[in-house]
Write a protein of this length. Structure first.
Lengths: 435, 265
């Protein structure tokens, strides 16, 4: 480290510290002069927004943990106490509760951006994989966090989701017992979920640091998907992107604030304001909205898969559903190798673009399927069959369409340099104005 | 050049296709979502709804009176304390007097004995039954739910509770109700164990408000909405300030960003 070249700081204190611990040099390199392609659009804002949401969740979460009681007898009451008696408690809780939804909104857009502009391709494969790890950790954290208020939906979705693990052959039942800390969802489940809900965000922070380090090795991708080659192709991170990210973040916060202050309960199920009762099963058990597409995939598999012409069942319906659900996320890990097309950005791949946007529609439709009762119908077709078709498309996209397009699609030739493309776009814009 | 032109046209078509499919999907799904709920709740205008809505104080106090005289016979409200009544316009002395009407078991005292004492402003509303089993035993096996959060615990809570309170009807032909069961238009499944709680002129309003069942129901729902979300007014007021702050800040950031970026364009 001693051989690191130091930036020249005027302030003697900063210089003194920097010579012994070059954090100021590091910050300068990574957050001030760090080159960012000059053509990135507002989709690139959502990484910063998601990071901000993580901080919001951790700060509000730690404050709530000071007032929360992880005990089945008191958990619901302690949450009501936060809402009614703790100073500003209602604000902290609504910020946290809606924060989970907005964190997922930011992350879903962030993932979409990565797929659309091919940010998962070489040299950013590991960056993408670390992102998927963060997504998985987030899902685990959000799920167990939703259990903590110990309302009806907390209890019953905990029961349904933890039961899924029993589908794993041989060791499934032991895993479920371990998750529960007993033989049903009960006090030991709540206490371990609380401990894990406090722990996991710190693991997310750790993986996020790796995610950011990896990003700073390869640099940001951009809408053209071509590498930045010359200094004209980039701008320093500060002030150009710090200021623009701030502006984007504020717009996001305005929308977030509207929900926190004017419709704080629209994202959550009313049943969660009923204390958990193991003897009363709600009519429709439903996960939070951000899990609905995956929930639909879980319910889509209603048939056993057996060896043809025999009665030997290879995968029963339950295990099939679990595989379909978890597999859908595991697939994301392999995306960099499923897609070997040399062009990154969907801008120059009309076919890929069409199928990707269809996937987005498909995913939204799966979310709708997941929100409906299992026996619902749409235009006289059992909704579950449509859910199965949508699940099939999801898988086909990754396993058939993307590998096939990598071979077949010629696409268009991306421009040679970012600088050139930006100049041309500006010229066209001014020409348009003059006409 | 011609190729790019053709490409642009293709892009436009794709965009159109995607936009159309989104719209079709939205239309189809919304109609389905509409039919998914077979019970159409009566839509009411509430003083407390909307971004500037506040609680009507007079209605709150009338609602509390009805809660005390009617609902509290069977329904607990264990998250609300007498001291909270200050929010709905009662004075400290009035609250002390109201609380003192109830007796609470407290203790143990210095000799280790439990004793009875009058209620204090810090006490939560007294529950009519000592536990769930006692409540079920007294109500044909049905458990009267705690009302502290009832408005937030139902889809479209205020309309739902208003519907239940006013929705009692004769059971349709062919339906036989057991003793202690009633037919309610807005109850999921239509069979309810609650005795019709409200009737015209059952409680005298001294301020000249009409003594109809609908008015009683509206007042009680207003009170219950306050009980479920006592910080509603604070929340909306704070929301205004936060939004104004954020919007100004956003405007400033936009100006700064524009200024910095014009240099490189």
């Amino acid at each position: 480290m001693s051989s690191t070249e130091r930036a020249n700081f005027k302030n003697p204190v900063i210089r003194w510290i920097d010579q012994r611990l070059p954090i100021f040099t590091l910050m300068r390199k990574e957050y001030k002069v760090f080159p960012v392609p000059r053509n990135i659009n507002y989709f690139w804002n959502f990484g910063a927004i998601a990071t901000f949401m993580l901080v919001v969740m951790m700060v509000t979460g730690i404050v709530m943990a000071m007032h929360y009681t992880a005990d089945t007898r008191f958990a619901f009451d302690s949450v009501e106490r936060i809402m009614r008696d703790v100073n500003g408690g209602w604000l902290i809780r609504y910020v946290h509760m809606n924060g989970a939804s907005f964190f997922f909104i930011a992350v879903y857009i962030h993932i979409f951006r990565g797929m659309y502009y091919g940010s998962y391709k070489k040299p950013r494969e590991l960056l993408w994989i670390l992102g998927v790890v963060i997504f998985l950790l987030m899902m685990a954290t959000a799920f167990i966090g939703h259990v903590l208020p110990w309302g009806q939906m907390s209890f019953w979705s905990a029961t349904v989701i933890t039961n899924l693990f029993s589908a794993i052959p041989l060791i499934g039942d032991d895993i479920v017992t371990l998750l529960w800390g007993g033989f049903s969802v009960d006090n030991p489940t709540l206490t371990r979920f609380f401990a894990l809900h406090y722990l996991l965000p710190f693991i997310i922070v750790f993986v996020l640091l790796l995610h950011i380090c990896t990003l700073h090795v390869a640099g940001s991708n951009n809408p053209l998907g071509i590498n930045a080659k010359k200094p004209q192709d980039t701008l320093p991170f500060h002030p150009y992107y710090t200021m623009r990210d701030m502006f984007g973040l504020l717009i996001f916060l305005v929308i977030y604030a509207v929900f926190v202050f004017y419709m704080p309960n629209v994202f959550s199920h009313p049943d969660n304001y009923i204390p958990a009762d193991p003897l009363v099963t709600p009519a429709h058990i439903m996960p939070e909205w951000y899990f609905l597409p995956f929930y639909a995939m879980l319910r889509a598999i209603t048939f056993d898969i057996s060896i043809p012409f025999t009665d030997i069942i290879l995968i029963n319906a339950k295990l099939g559903g679990v595989i379909a659900m978890f597999g859908s996320i595991i697939l994301l890990f392999f995306l960099p190798w499923l897609d070997s097309h040399p062009v990154r950005s969907a801008r120059f791949r009309p076919l890929f673009r069409f199928f990707l946007l269809t996937l987005v529609l498909d995913f939204i439709f799966l979310g709708y399927v997941g929100s409906q009762p299992a026996d619902a119908e749409l235009l006289d077709i059992p909704l579950n069959h449509l859910g199965l078709a949508a699940t099939a498309y999801y898988y086909a996209f990754f396993l058939v369409v993307v590998p096939l397009l990598s071979k077949v699609e010629t696409g268009r030739e991306p421009p040679v340099s970012i600088h050139q493309a930006v100049l041309q776009a500006d010229k066209r814009a001014t020409d348009g104005k003059n006409e | 050049m011609q190729q790019t032109e053709r490409m642009n046209k293709a892009m436009k078509t794709i965009r159109l296709v995607i936009f159309t499919s989104f719209s079709v999907l939205a239309v189809v799904l919304s109609s389905v979502a509409y039919t998914a709920e077979p019970i159409q709740l009566p839509r009411q205008d509430w003083h407390f709804s909307g971004p500037l809505g506040t609680f009507d104080r007079a209605s709150l106090q009338r609602g509390y009176m009805i809660y005390r005289r009617v609902c509290a016979a069977c329904h607990s409200m264990k998250y609300v304390a007498f001291r909270n009544l200050e929010d709905i316009g009662y004075s400290e002395a009035q609250i002390k007097a109201i609380a003192a009407e109830y007796t609470y078991t407290d203790g143990p005292d210095d000799e280790g004995k439990m004793y009875e004492r009058p209620g204090l402003p810090s006490d939560r509303f007294k529950s009519p039954y000592p536990n769930h089993n006692a409540a079920r035993a007294a109500n044909n096996g049905a458990l009267p739910p705690d009302l502290s959060l009832i408005i937030k615990a139902r889809h479209r809570g205020p309309d739902h509770v208003y519907g239940i309170l006013t929705g009692y009807e004769e059971a349709p032909e062919g339906v036989t109700l057991r003793a202690g069961q009633f037919w309610n238009r807005y109850m999921p499944g239509h069979i309810i164990a609650m005795v019709p709680p409200l009737a015209e002129d059952m409680i005298t309003y001294e301020d000249g408000t009409p003594q109809t069942m609908e008015q009683y129901a509206r007042d009680v729902v207003t009170f219950l909405a306050w009980a479920a979300e006592p910080m509603l007014e604070d929340r909306k007021r704070a929301g205004m300030k936060v939004l104004i702050f954020l919007l100004i800040f956003t405007g400033i950031m936009y100006a700064i960003k524009e200024r910095i970026w014009t240099a490189v364009r």
